[in-house]
Design a protein around this ligand. Structure first.
Ligand code: AKG
Length: 312
């Protein structure tokens, strides 16, 4: 198994933030780890994930699960004890909610969905090991003003700010409302997972308090020339779909989404699974680690169950 050196001990294959110029580097780690045979994806789907860095699903969650998640969102949104906590990130220009973090801990409904075998088994198959939940969140993307997410690689942030050694993690973005071309759906540059685009700009202390607000801040944003070159080469895919549809994507994919000026909210559940063999260490390029609701350091494998989706 290949692994990355700890910061300061050897050459870091993914230098970022402390660089003065963004020089893209080719990924030195696998995309599909292990032989990829232990899981629900067939060889064709695995090969597509390896090539593009993502896979989409028409119905990863059932209608019943989506209804339960939406009811739970209503409950959490009305929960005054969550208002004003760091887990709830508000929109920069309104009193709307932008994101709610750690929903797998805050809610039994979300916890059961996120730990269910149909979801976790996908991550185990791609990452070639047991997995744990690195981060979970609901991105609300409210009607008439949900703000955008600029182009970035999540691994760039998790490596620099959380001390994630290797790109051995993946995300699921699951639609809880209909994702349409005009309400700010996810966009990915196919094939961008093979290139690490460093971000120029040192990480200030407690940077997460600013960077989660949707402002286009330098540290953590992908270098524009790097994004342009990859988009010109590979194009941009936009993901639309019914509630319950999903996109699973490699942690180093360059992705973004536009703001939502439409009258239709675009609310998605976002779950990140990391390999238990890729635990977080000292940040590679930040003064101190981010809090656990953003970057879980408890490597507790998601148990294997056959109870079916959604925590029956
Ligand atoms: O929900 C979205 O549209 C994008 C989310 C995203 O980029 C992120 O959470 O890193």
């Amino acid at each position: 198994m290949s692994s990355s050196p700890a910061p300061g001990t050897a050459h870091d294959p993914y230098p970022t933030r402390y660089v003065t110029e963004s020089v893209p580097v080719e990924r030195s780690h696998p995309v599909v780890w292990g032989d990829g045979t232990d899981g629900p994806l067939d060889a064709g789907r695995l090969a597509a994930y390896e090539r593009d860095g993502f896979l989409s699903f028409d119905a990863l969650l059932s209608e019943e699960q989506v209804a339960r998640c939406r009811a739970e969102i209503g409950r959490m949104t009305a929960d005054s004890s969550l208002r004003g906590t760091e887990r709830m990130v508000m929109e920069p220009d309104s009193d709307g909610i932008r994101s709610l973090f750690e929903v797998h801990e805050l809610s039994e409904v979300f916890g059961a969905v996120i730990r269910s075998d149909p979801l976790a088994s996908l991550a185990r198959q791609i990452l070639g090991s047991e997995v744990y939940v690195h981060q979970s969140r609901v991105n609300y993307k409210a009607a008439f003003g949900g703000s955008p997410f600029g182009w970035h690689s999540d691994f760039e942030t998790w490596h620099s700010e959380d001390g994630m050694p290797a790109p051995r993690a993946l995300s699921l973005s699951i639609a809880l409302t209909k994702n349409m071309p005009f309400n700010g759906p996810l966009m990915i540059i196919p094939g961008s997972h093979r290139t690490f685009v460093p971000s120029v700009g040192e990480t200030p202390a407690d940077y997460h308090k600013l960077s989660l607000l949707g402002k286009n801040l330098p540290a953590g944003s992908a270098d524009r020339a790097g994004v342009t070159a990859l988009a010109e080469r590979h194009g941009i895919r936009q993901f639309t779909g019914a509630p319950g549809s999903a996109v699973m994507f490699d942690c180093n994919c360059l992705h973004a989404s536009s703001g939502n000026v439409s009258p239709f909210p675009r609310t998605n559940l976002f779950v990140v699974y990391n390999s238990v063999r890729n635990p977080l260490g000292v940040p590679y390029a930040a003064p101190r680690p981010r809090p656990r609701y953003l970057a879980n350091r408890d490597v507790i494998p998601v148990p294997r169950t056959d109870s079916g989706p959604g925590g029956r």
